[in-house]
Design a protein around this ligand. Structure first.
Ligand code: NCD
Length: 323
């Protein structure tokens, strides 16, 4: 997609953060390193730095969210931004206003940065194409397309526990077809030169041509988990499924659920990840979710530093790079 370059300014710095596709390893590594420098902010008595002081950030969530929205808000607060959070579900667009009109009305309120989650793929790009110069857009999930800050917090988690990507085998298990998270993760893992990326799913939950994304495909969970370093579980995104793609949740768990027993196929020090929301007993056994290999809650904490990093890089660019 040519619109990807809209993310970067003429010096190759981040202006918007819309998709992992179109970025390179240097920017991804800069995000991870910057995020690392922010992790200590959470341990301070006063959890704030002044990087976004005087800036106004609007969080526009056209789709429900718990983790993403609250960690974006906390990241903005810790960067000292002024915040406007709208549940657009219950607001103007449900009264028939177009996306462009919503945007223009908000711009009239002098917003500096938009964080947008929307059910349509491409909506964040659309926003970025229409904002005024100097205004930035961050994609918090667009349809089935991408969820780039989620992928970056996942890369942060993997790097934190495993250090280097080049020797790693990573398995992504479940509903790949409907997952914007999986798409962003696959691009990011490839950019980080991950040794092997496996996707494990029933054929009905794999997008056509998934192999062309640089992954190996498994329809057998136990085979796919063998000797992996990282297991990423995904929820069945039933709200996006049209028609019956699965026999039943019980049958799905029987074939693709991550149990303690199956996890033993992976390396003994493998980590288990999940972007949330997780469904216990459907894609993951409760004891695995709460088990010692699970880093699911650490992912949530890292999400704050990663979102702080992306926003500070965007603002640092605007004000001469002092972020
Ligand atoms: C994901 C999303 O919304 O794309 N969740 C998240 O942001 N943490 C995955 C999902 O909904 O299953």
């Amino acid at each position: 997609m040519s619109t990807n370059n809209i993310q970067l300014d003429e010096n190759g710095k981040l202006r918007h953060f819309l998709s992992i596709e179109g970025l390179d390893q240097t920017i991804l590594t800069e995000i991870l390193d910057t995020a690392e420098s922010f992790t200590s902010v959470a341990d301070r008595t006063i959890k704030k730095v002044p990087i976004l002081r005087g800036k106004t950030v609007a969080n526009l969530f056209f789709e429900a969210s718990t983790r993403t929205r609250s960690t974006f808000e906390l990241a903005e607060q810790r960067l000292s931004a002024d915040i406007l959070s709208l549940n657009v579900d219950t607001s103007a667009t449900s009264k028939g206003e177009s996306l462009l009109d919503t945007l223009q009305n908000l711009e009239a309120m002098q917003i500096d940065m938009f964080v947008i989650r929307h059910q349509d793929s491409g909506s964040a790009h659309f926003f970025a194409q229409h904002v005024r110069p100097g205004v930035s857009v961050l994609n918090a999930g667009d349809g089935q397309h991408e969820h780039p800050t989620q992928a970056m917090l996942d890369m942060y988690t993997i790097r934190h526990y495993k250090k280097d990507f080049t020797g790693l085998r990573v398995a992504i298990v479940g509903d790949i077809m409907h997952s914007r998270v999986a798409r962003s993760q696959i691009h990011a893992l490839n950019l980080m030169n991950t040794a092997e990326i496996r996707v494990i799913a029933p054929r009905t939950l794999l997008p056509v041509g998934v192999e062309s994304l640089g992954v190996s495909v498994y329809d057998d969970l136990e085979q796919g988990l063998t000797d992996v370093d990282v297991v990423i579980m995904l929820r069945l995104q039933k709200e996006r499924m049209r028609g019956a793609l699965l026999p039943s949740e019980k049958e799905y768990f029987r074939q693709y659920g991550l149990s303690q027993e199956r996890l033993q196929r992976a390396k003994p020090d493998a980590i288990v990840m999940h972007p949330g929301p997780a469904n216990r007993g459907v894609e993951i056994e409760s004891s695995v979710m709460d088990g010692k290999q699970s880093v699911i809650l650490q992912q949530v904490s890292f999400g704050i530093s990663v979102r702080m990093a992306v926003m500070s890089m965007i603002v640092g660019r605007q004000s001469g790079g002092e972020a």
